[in-house]
Design a protein around this ligand. Structure first.
Ligand SMILES: [Zn+2]
Length: 418
C-alpha cells in the first residue's frame, strides 16, 4: 500500500485553467543559503522540506548553486536529490560576490571556477548546465563590465536567468531560525504571516508592473532561496498562487515568452527585478527622443529668426554661461541674444549636433525592499552648434546644456556655450 503522503506526490497534477498565468520557480543559493545550519541532518531535513513543497505542487524548478555553500563533497548528495526530484540546476557563482565590488576579471574567474565544477558534476549525471544567475542580481555597474559578462556567458553557453518577482524571502531566515531554536511558537507564526503577506504583495506588485509594460498577462519568474523559512512557508505560498490564477511552468516555456527577449542594458550598482530594468530602458529611450526633439525645435526657431520661441525652452531661472560672463534668467538670456543677433540675417541657420547625452538617475529602495531605478530627473547634453550664413563663413562652437523635466516638457536650466 502506498502511504498517503507519497500518493499525494505521485498523483497527476490537477489541470490548471488554460488562462492561468505561467510561473517559473527558481531557487538560489543551493544547497542551503545563509548561515546557522551546521549539522548534516539539519541540512538534509531543510532540503527534503523544500523538495516536498515543490513536489506537492508538481513544480519543476531551476535551482541555482552557490558552489562555496557546499560544506563538503558529501553535500553533492543534496544536489543529487534536487536532480532526482526532476529539477534543473544552474550556476550561481562560487563565492557569491557582488559584481559592483569586483573587476570583470576577478568576477569572471569566480563564476568560471563554479561553472567548471558544476558542469562536470552535471555532465557525469547526464545533465546540461544551461543557466546562470547573477548574485544579488547585479549585472555590472559600467557598460564595459556588463558587456564582459555577456560575452563570457555567451562563450560558455550559460544563459542569464532573470527574476521578475523578488520578495526578499532571505530576509526572514535569521529571525525564523532564532525563533525556532527558542521554541517561540507565536514568533514563528508572526514571521510566517509577514512572509506570506510580503509574498502576496510582491507578486501583485511585480505582476501589475509587467502587465502594464506588455499590455497583457506576462509569465513570471519567482526568486526564492534554499533556506529553512522556505521549507516551512513555500507550501502556503504555492497554494495561494494556485488559488489566484497561476500555474507552475518549466523554464523553457516561460523563457520562450517574447517579454524575455526585449533587449536592455541596465547598468547600475544594484540589481532590480527584470520589469524594473525594462521600464527604465524604455523611459531612457523616450527621454532621449524628447530631448532630441526639443533641440530640433530650438534650432528651427532660431533659423526662422524667432528668438522668443528659441528661448522659451529655457527655464524662468536659467543660467547662461559664456566666455564673457554669467547671465541669469530667461528674460536676460533673451535680451542678450537680441543685442548680439539683431535680425534674421545676423542669426543665420543653426544646427545642433549632439555629441553626448547623459541622464541623471539613481537607485532607490522600494517599499518592498527592492533596489529600483529612480525616475530620470535630469539630463546633460554636449553639442556642437554651427551657424551657417549665405554670405560669410560659418561660426561653430560647443555647448553644454543641463535640462530638467518641468511641467510637461524638458527645460534648459544651465547653458554653457563657447
Ligand atoms: Zn544568491
Amino acid at each position: 500500500m502506498i502511504p498517503a503522503a507519497l500518493a499525494l506526490l505521485l498523483a497527476a497534477p490537477p489541470a490548471p485553467s488554460p488562462s492561468a498565468r505561467p510561473v517559473l520557480v527558481t531557487v538560489d543559493d543551493l544547497p542551503i543559503g545563509g548561515g546557522g545550519h551546521d549539522s548534516p541532518e539539519e541540512r538534509a531535513r531543510i532540503t527534503q522540506g523544500l523538495l516536498a513543497a515543490l513536489a506537492k505542487h508538481h513544480i519543476r524548478a531551476v535551482g541555482l548553486v552557490t558552489w562555496s555553500n557546499l560544506r563538503s563533497d558529501a553535500e553533492l548528495g543534496l544536489l543529487d536529490s534536487w536532480l532526482q526530484a526532476g529539477h534543473e540546476l544552474g550556476n550561481h557563482s562560487d563565492r557569491h560576490l557582488s559584481y559592483t565590488a569586483k573587476t570583470a576579471d576577478e568576477y569572471i574567474a569566480d563564476i568560471e571556477a563554479a561553472r567548471s565544477r558544476l558542469a562536470a558534476f552535471l555532465s557525469s549525471r547526464g545533465h546540461p548546465l544551461r543557466f546562470f544567475r547573477f548574485p544579488f542580481l547585479r549585472e555590472g555597474d559600467t557598460g564595459e563590465k556588463l558587456d564582459a559578462m555577456r560575452r563570457y556567458l555567451e562563450r560558455t553557453g550559460q544563459r542569464n536567468l532573470p527574476v521578475t518577482v523578488d520578495h526578499q524571502d532571505w530576509s526572514y531566515e535569521e529571525r525564523w531560525v532564532k525563533a525556532r531554536g527558542a521554541d517561540e511558537e507565536q514568533a514563528l507564526q508572526r514571521i510566517g504571516l509577514d512572509y506570506q503577506a510580503a509574498f502576496r504583495l510582491a507578486v501583485r506588485h511585480h505582476e501589475s508592473k509587467g502587465d502594464r509594460l506588455f499590455g497583457r498577462a506576462v509569465p513570471q519568474i519567482l526568486l526564492l532561496h534554499a533556506n529553512e523559512v522556505g521549507a516551512a512557508q513555500w507550501d502556503a505560498a504555492f497554494s495561494w498562487l494556485e488559488e489566484t490564477g497561476h500555474r507552475f511552468a518549466g523554464a523553457d516555456e516561460v523563457l520562450a515568452d517574447a517579454a524575455f527577449a526585449e533587449p536592455h542594458r541596465f547598468v547600475a550598482t544594484h540589481g532590480p527585478p527584470l520589469w524594473d530594468r525594462i521600464a527604465h530602458e524604455r523611459r531612457e529611450q523616450a527621454v532621449r527622443k524628447e530631448l532630441a526633439a526639443t533641440l530640433e525645435r530650438q534650432a528651427q526657431a532660431w533659423s526662422r529668426g524667432d528668438l522668443d520661441a528659441f528661448v522659451s525652452v529655457y527655464a524662468e531661472d536659467a543660467a547662461f554661461v559664456s566666455p564673457t560672463g554669467l547671465t541669469r534668467g530667461r528674460q536676460a538670456v533673451l535680451d542678450r541674444y537680441r543685442k548680439r543677433y539683431p535680425g534674421k540675417a545676423a542669426m543665420g541657420t543653426l544646427t545642433l549636433e549632439v555629441l553626448e547625452t547623459r541622464l541623471a538617475w539613481g537607485i532607490d529602495g522600494s517599499i518592498l525592499g527592492d533596489a529600483v531605478p529612480s525616475g530620470i530627473h535630469g539630463a546633460s547634453i554636449v553639442a556642437r552648434w554651427t551657424l551657417a550664413y549665405p554670405d560669410k563663413p560659418a561660426a561653430t562652437g560647443l555647448t553644454l546644456l543641463v535640462l530638467e523635466p518641468r511641467g510637461d516638457g524638458w527645460v534648459i536650466v544651465q547653458d554653457a556655450s563657447m
